[in-house]
Write a protein that binds this ligand. Structure first.
Ligand SMILES: NC(=O)c1ccc[n+]([C@@H]2O[C@H](COP(=O)([O-])OP(=O)(O)OC[C@H]3O[C@@H](n4cnc5c(N)ncnc54)[C@H](OP(=O)(O)O)[C@@H]3O)[C@@H](O)[C@H]2O)c1
Length: 276
């Protein structure tokens, strides 16, 4: 039984991914910010099959919470086989994390960076550790603006562009980590899950959602792809890739820039070092 940790697993792509792993008989840990929603998801998942379901409280909005939760997970499990870095937000207005970062870069990117590096020693104990990062084709609109990671430094806020920035950062992190893991049995890959019918569009005006919905696919589709990346032997040697459902896996010039990926990695490491 593989141990699979999924962030934001109470709904959307995360929940469908948990379903796929549970139906496959794996041990899934739902790392969720809302205990009631997580408990509801756990009950639903337990009805499904032979796998084991567990809930752990994780709020990616707080570096201290991420550190504490990762530490308690490490105390309980020496080895983790699969990390699915799935949780994500899309917010139209400027908000900040508990630590004062612009919220989309804070939750989507910085939180997952810390979470992954904290848990990496356990993933490296797996004979085939898999780190799977939910990026997005929206990274094509993104750029890296280190000086605007803190909410106080952000001027003229555009929520969509900021979401794109956070997804570009997810992709660059996946690539930088893959480089560092080269030659080991652990891999880091990223995907665009397609336009997926989930709660991520909850803050869109209703008329916009109605139009977008026509093009959305069910969360079960990316869930199957994530399971494949995690468990299919064909993925054993695939590292540092970006795959896409629904659209060609086109990466921006910035996403392919290895120097940028390493600079971002090093700058983020320095930013978060007190929690690592
Ligand atoms: N849907 C799409 O079309 C699409 C396209 C490209 C990429 N993606 C990416 O796919 C991933 C999953 O998205 P989705 O569509 O499934 O979205 P979703 O239905 O909105 O689910 C997002 C999940 O993230 C959780 N989350 C939000 N803030 C969190 C925090 N501070 N700490 C811990 N968990 C938190 C949510 O918890 P709550 O339920 O408590 O809010 C929820 O479980 C995201 O990374 C997204 O960027 C989605």
């Amino acid at each position: 039984m593989k141990i699979v940790v999924i962030t934001g697993a109470n709904t959307g792509i995360g929940f469908a991914t948990a379903q796929a792993f549970i139906q496959d008989g794996q041990h899934v840990i739902l790392a969720c910010r809302n205990p009631q929603k997580a408990e509801h998801a756990r009950i639903e998942l337990e009805k499904l099959g032979t796998g084991k379901v567990e809930v752990i409280a994780l709020d990616l909005n707080s570096l201290q919470n991420i550190q504490d939760t990762a530490n308690s997970l490490l105390q309980k499990y020496e080895k983790i086989d699969v990390l699915v870095n799935n949780a994500g937000i899309m917010t139209p207005n400027l908000e900040r994390t508990e630590d004062g970062f612009e919220k989309q870069i804070g939750v989507n990117y910085l939180g997952h960076f810390l979470w992954t590096l904290k848990l990496l020693p356990a993933v490296q104990k797996s004979e085939a550790g898999r780190i799977i990062n939910l990026a997005s084709m929206m990274h094509l609109m993104g750029s890296i603006q280190l000086d605007q990671f803190c909410a106080d430094d952000v001027h003229k806020y555009n929520g969509v562009i900021r979401y794109g920035n956070s997804k570009l950062a997810n992709l660059l992190f996946s690539h930088a980590l893959a480089e560092k893991l080269k030659g080991t049995s652990t891999t880091s890959n990223a995907l665009h899950p397609g336009g997926v019918d989930s709660e991520i569009y909850r803050e869109l005006p209703k008329y916009q959602y109605k139009v977008i919905k026509l093009f959305l696919i069910p969360p079960s589709k990316p869930a199957e792809l994530i399971k494949k990346i995690a468990l299919d032997p064909a993925w054993a040697k695939r590292n540092g890739e970006y795959v896409s459902l629904q659209t060609p896996a086109i990466q921006s010039t910035k996403a392919k820039n290895k120097k940028l990926a390493h600079e971002l990695y090093d700058a983020t490491y320095a930013m978060l070092k007190d929690y690592l």
